[in-house]
Ligand binder design. Structure first.
Ligand code: NAD
Length: 356
């Protein structure tokens, strides 16, 4: 089977880590009899340099035409001073909106071999944790009306927060479906004690939970969830929440794993097309040094195989290869202990391909 993948290498360490991910997919293709063809497109800072804007219609069209999108990272200090509507990060919002990517999945899992990197005390993490944050990605206050008006206190900024029943049903059902393939628990996070938007969210979630009687359902206020993630992360399976709360909680869930270079993400639309990318940024401080950890991007490819192409065995093979390499003690600098010899980006990529 042939799969066409649009590749946005992006800025900073993007090209280094995406190159290793593409090579990994090629090995998966050889091993399991698939062809992955890649079409490289520009977005972010490199697109500003080439075209004057972070996202062109040509890139959008090529991403729409592809079966899936693989993205490294965009942004960096070189473009910090460009006007806000032309910043590299605008490319991400533009692609999410153009492709209708309404759900963002971020697994936050503690790899046993990296338990020492977890910033939480051993007695709290116990046997570890395996959380899937399911964040709504194209609604909420980020996509409401923004503006400024004059009021008694002078100039006043406002951002309109809203969720429709249809939007909540769409993300809610996706969360329940994910939970059915995991440990069958959904925790819906909102601020229904204060926000009307959250009351619509909660009522809708309560209505659709009846469709999934096998799933254990709970509600949690966002402030409590922020606390529970560091107090007892093992209690969570799937967390489903809106765009704003999800932005913050998914970063918190990632950080408690202690290894930003390890964490993949998937953003998908209703037809299953997705954009797959590491959760970290373009790491300008280490760009060009060949020392970035490629694992988050390689694991993003595993998510692509599983969620967009339904290639379960192939996805498992990548994840097992990564586990094997970590269990054998190999580390890039970001996850190595001080006295360990750290591998380069390409050495880590090669070892994962050999393990495959
Ligand atoms: P960052 O994630 O790029 O870096 C934070 C720290 O983590 C740095 O010390 C970096 O060296 C390290 N790090 C990140 N990824 C790593 C990897 N794979 N291997 C080893 N170390 C790694 O966050 P930042 O410094 O806040 O942002 C840098 C730029 O990236 C900014 O321009 C920001 O806007 C952009 N950004 C882009 C995305 C994206 O493209 N999705 C996401 C976040 C930030």
């Amino acid at each position: 089977m042939q799969y066409n993948i649009a590749v946005v290498k992006g800025d900073g360490i993007g090209p280094e880590i995406v190159t290793e991910a593409m090579k990994t997919l090629e090995v998966v293709g050889q091993k399991f009899g698939h062809t992955f063809s890649f079409q490289e497109v520009l977005a972010g800072g490199c697109s500003i340099d080439a075209n004057g804007i972070p996202l062109t219609q040509e890139t959008i069209d090529l991403c729409k035409a592809a079966d899936s999108v693989l993205l490294g990272a965009v942004g960096g200090p070189k473009w910090d001073d460009v006007p806000s509507e032309r910043r590299p990060e605008k490319a991400l919002l533009g692609l999410r909106a153009a492709l209708g990517l309404f759900v963002n999945l971020r697994p936050a899992q503690m790899h046993k071999a990296l338990a020492d990197a977890c910033p939480i005390k051993q007695e709290i993490i116990g046997d570890g944790f395996d959380i899937l944050v399911c964040r709504e990605l194209i609604g909420d206050v980020y996509f409401g009306t923004h503006g400024r008006r004059q009021s008694e206190g002078g100039e006043t900024g406002y951002d309109d927060m809203n969720y429709s029943v249809a939007e909540v049903e769409r993300i809610g059902r996706r969360a329940f479906e994910m939970a059915m393939k995991r440990r069958k628990k959904v925790c819906s996070v909102d601020k229904a004690n204060v926000l009307e938007t959250s009351r619509v969210w909660r009522e809708t979630m309560h209505r659709i939970k009846a469709e999934y009687p096998e799933v254990e359902y709970s509600d949690m206020y966002v402030d409590n969830c922020a606390m529970q993630l560091v107090r007892n992360p093992g209690q969570f399976d799937v967390i489903v929440t809106g765009n704003l709360f999800g932005d913050i909680l998914s970063d918190e869930a990632s950080m408690i794993t202690g290894s930003i270079g390890m964490l993949p993400s998937a953003s998908m639309n209703e037809s299953g097309k997705g954009m797959y990318e590491p959760i970290h940024g373009s790491a300008p401080d280490i760009a060009g040094k060949g020392i970035a950890n490629p694992i988050a991007t390689i694991l993003s490819c595993a998510m692509m195989l599983r969620y967009s192409f339904s290639l379960q065995r192939e996805a498992d093979a990548i994840e097992t290869a990564v586990e094997k390499v970590l269990d054998s003690g190999y580390r890039t600098a970001d996850i190595a202990a001080k006295d360990e010899n750290a591998l380069s980006t390409s050495e880590m990529g090669r070892l994962i391909r050999e393990a495959l």
